[in-house]
Structure formats: C-alpha cells, structure tokens
Design a binder for this molecule. Structure first.
Ligand code: COA
Length: 385
C-alpha cells in the first residue's frame, strides 16, 4: 500500500445556508480544497452524505457533484454510514490512493438539513436508528443519548455540570472558528438552564441542525513532498460497526464501536493514545464526548466528567478535544462532519489554526460516529513538512 497524504483542505461556512443548494455547498467546499492544493483535475471523488433523498429529494450525488465541479467522467461515488458518512468518504478516498487506483482522490462531505422543518429533520435523522426496535416506538436521537446520559449519571455519578462543561469548552473553542454555526460562548448556568429537550439533555447539550460542506484531497506522499509546504499523512484508520439498537448491547455505557475503531487505528499507526496531541471527536450530544473519552482510552470509565472539569480537554489542556468547537458549536451537517474533523486536524497539524491553534500539534485523532454508536471511523494523522 502507498503512503497517503492530505494535500488540500476546504470547507464552507456552516449554518442555515438558505441561499445555497446541496450542489452549491458541495462544489464550494471542493473548490476551496482544490485551490488549497493547487490541483485542478482529480482521478476519483467520494461524497459522504447521509440523506440527500430525505433532506433535499436528491440522490445520485456522485454524478451530480462531479459534473458541477467540472470533473465530468471522473468516477464519483456517494457513501453512507449515517453521521459517519464523512469519515467513510475519507477512508474510501484513502483506499483509492493507497491501492494505486487513483493519484488524486477527493473526499467531500455534505448535508443540507434546513430545507425541511424540524420534525422532518428529526424523522430523517431517526432513519439511522433501528426502525423496528427504536424509531417505530417514537424514540429519536436526543432520547437515545438521554438514556445513555441518565445511565452514566446513575452508574458513575456524572453530573449535569460536567455534561454542561463540555458545551462551555466547545463553544469557547468554536468562538475562535470563523466557519462555526454558533461561534458564541455560554456560561455553565446558561447551559444548565437552557430548554429541556430529553431529560437530562437540554438544548445546549445538543448539536444543532446544520447546512455545510467540507472537502480533503488525498494523494501519494511523493506528490506531497514536492509541494514545499507542511502536509499531513494518514497513518492509521480504524472502522468498526456495532448493533444499531441500544437494547441489543450488553452495556450501553460502553461505546465498544469506538473502542474497537480506536484500537485498530492506533495499532495501524503504531501509536498509543498517549502519543496523540489532540482529537476531534463526535460530540453530537455532550454525553457522547464524555463516553468517547472513555472509549478511546484517554481516561478510565466514569472518569471523563471530572477530567473535563479539571481542564484536561480544554484548548490549553494536556489533551485538547474539539479545538474546532466540535459538533456542538461548529454545527453538525451530518454527512460533512467526518470530513470537517479531518480538515481541522490538518489545519492544526500545518500550524494554520490561528487563535485556536493547539500547541505542539504533531499527531491527531479524528473520531466520527454513526447514530448512537452503530458505526465509527477513526483516523490518525501525523504532521510532515
Ligand atoms: N445549540 C445552540 N443553539 C441552538 C441549537 C443548538 N443545538 N439548536 C437550536 N438553537 C437555537 C436556534 O438558533 C434558535 O435560536 P433563535 O430563537 O435565536 O433563532 C433556538 O435555539 C431554537 O431553535 P429551534 O430550531 O426552534 O430548535 P428546535 O427545538 O427545533 O431544535 C434540537 C433543537 C436540539 C431539538 C435540534 O437542534 C436537534 O434535534 N438537534 C440534534 C440533532 C441530531 O440528532 N443530530 C444527529 C445526532 S446523532
């Protein structure tokens, strides 16, 4: 297998992009990425999108985007793994380059969620839950994560304050990100007193409904070396699946899918979690960030809440998590999230993250999750120059 580098990154602003269509958003992110790399023609395109059909009545995205990007006849494929569709797009592009099938492989992540109203968006998202055992009974993602949060609080004594500190931290970081949907800061009190969504999760413990796109360009490392600028190399990939339904898991407090994906990615990279400088993780609800910290082996089960309060994962902490602002502040256009995590990781590794730059960022982990832990894709990236 060839060693694979990321030679270009790009993303749109995230938020309610009413004046832009799904194709506009995809093309804008891709063009920014190609401009960044100084490349005009690619050999393969992979698009991560959870549900162009339900959100925009538009399927067949591979051909649509290739055409509007000026890349007609290029092989283009849409991949789907719920909210982990973006991570899957990056993995697929990696396989194109590593196998030698493509020299320049573009991964785009996109979702335009605000073309439908809140109820329809909730319905579309819930199609990624188990229909027979979850969705048909009325439970949606805020409810599923609320059950995990309640159980975590009961077993480990995790507090509302700890869940809320994740929000405070991620909005502190997101306030430094010009692409973020909600680049505002919140106090603990504001988070803890925000509107109840699904007990114990309140509005400010939830990621929002977002439109946005992101793109990365992958190529063999020999090409990256000729660019005379810093770049990142993908040294580890871990991809795992688990039961979609929470009821079928032995322990709903253990995100085994993340544990497996992290172990595989770190093993492939020849690293341990202690070698990693920072991570972008899937904080679709703040309890998810807490459970992911435990699943990647950063802290013992039950210790993530106190660690967040102690500042371990703050921008200036020993292991910064979500310097971009995470899904909570930056937004969560579901199919785009996994690609945007890699965009942030590369910006950090290139030392180009501005005011939210992580000090001594050399090795990054990105953790993208489908549904309530039915799938997860983790990448390890390393800085090179
Ligand atoms: N964080 C911060 N502010 C938010 C927000 C969020 N997550 N969601 C909405 N807002 C703001 C809106 O901008 C709006 O502000 P305004 O009144 O000043 O304009 C206000 O809060 C109300 O927004 P609204 O869109 O009416 O909220 P809603 O009740 O329809 O939806 C949620 C709120 C949390 C239910 C919705 O964002 C949601 O379902 N999030 C989870 C998405 C999800 O499940 N993703 C997949 C994860 S696996």
């Amino acid at each position: 297998m060839k060693e694979v580098a990321i030679i270009g990154i790009g993303m749109t602003d995230w938020g309610e992009l009413w004046e832009k269509s799904l194709r506009d958003i995809s093309v804008e992110a891709a063009l920014k990425c190609l401009d960044d790399a100084g490349v005009s023609k690619v050999d393969a395109i992979t698009i991560g999108c959870m549900s162009g059909g339900l959100f925009n009545a538009q399927e067949h995205l591979g051909s649509l985007v290739a055409d509007y990007l000026g890349q007609r006849f290029v092989p283009a494929t849409r991949v789907e793994s719920a909210c982990a569709s973006g991570g899957l797009a990056v993995k697929t592009a990696y396989m194109e380059v590593a196998s030698g099938l493509a020299e320049y492989a573009l991964a785009i992540g996109v979702e335009k969620m605000t073309d439908v109203d809140g109820n329809e968006a909730t319905y579309a998202l819930a199609t990624a839950a188990d229909q027979d055992y979850e969705a048909f009974h009325g439970i949606t993602f805020p409810g599923l994560y609320a059950m995990m949060a309640k159980a975590h609080m009961k077993k480990y004594g995790t507090t509302l304050e700890q869940l809320s500190q994740v929000t405070v931290k991620n909005h502190d970081n997101g306030s430094l990100n010009p692409h973020a949907q909600f680049p505002c800061k919140f106090t603990l009190e504001q988070v803890m007193n925000s509107t109840m969504v699904a007990d114990p999760l309140r509005l400010l413990h939830c990621s929002p409904i977002t439109d946005g796109g992101a793109a990365v360009l992958l190529a063999p490392v020999e090409i990256a070396k000729k660019l005379n600028k810093p770049y990142a190399v993908i040294t580890g990939i871990g991809h795992a699946t688990d039961t979609i339904a929470l009821a079928q898991r032995k322990d709903i407090l253990k995100l085994e899918v993340v544990e497996q994906a992290a172990q595989r990615a770190l093993k492939m990279a020849g690293k341990t979690i202690k070698d990693v400088s920072f991570a972008e993780v899937h904080d679709c609800f703040t309890i998810a960030e807490i459970m992911v910290m435990e699943a990647i082996g950063l802290v013992e089960p039950g210790k993530a809440g106190p660690a967040v309060m102690d500042g371990l994962t703050a921008l200036t902490g020993k292991f910064p998590i979500n310097p971009s602002g995470g899904l909570k502040s930056k937004g969560h256009p579901v199919g785009a999230t996994g690609v945007a995590q890699v965009v942030e990781a590369v910006a950090q590794l290139r030392g180009e993250a501005g005011k939210r730059q992580v000090k001594n960022a050399r090795i990054a982990m990105t953790q993208n999750m489908g549904g309530s832990g039915g799938s997860s894709i983790i990448h390890i990236l390393e800085a090179r120059s």
